[in-house]
Design a protein. Sequence first.
Length: 126
Amino acid sequence: MIGPLRKLVLTEDGRTKPAGVIAVVLVLVASCSALGYYFWKGGVDLGGGEPQLASPVKCWTCGYESVRRPKVGEPTVATCPKCGKQTLAPAFRCKKCKTLVVLNEYRGGMPPTKCPKCGGEVRHGD
């Protein structure tokens, strides 16, 4: 590890490279490290707190589907931009047929939630 770094800082005759070159190398290393951390954590939440990943949502009234990044303090069930009703909720894919399904808990019903297409049970994390 020391060898490659030494080549970046020293010239062929053993003299130190100009400070500008060293500064550029340090900035590049820091930038690459920050970018790697950003992708490793899955994004940056500029509002503070833990990063939130985008999640699929579906309106159980009109069938509108989208992906959104929930904000801190935002209600779980939101207003659908297509039909205007308060029926846009987080949705999960059925393991069997991959249909996007809103869980009964968000609709005011009791679990378990059954997929309308294949009848398979859909749960959080599916």
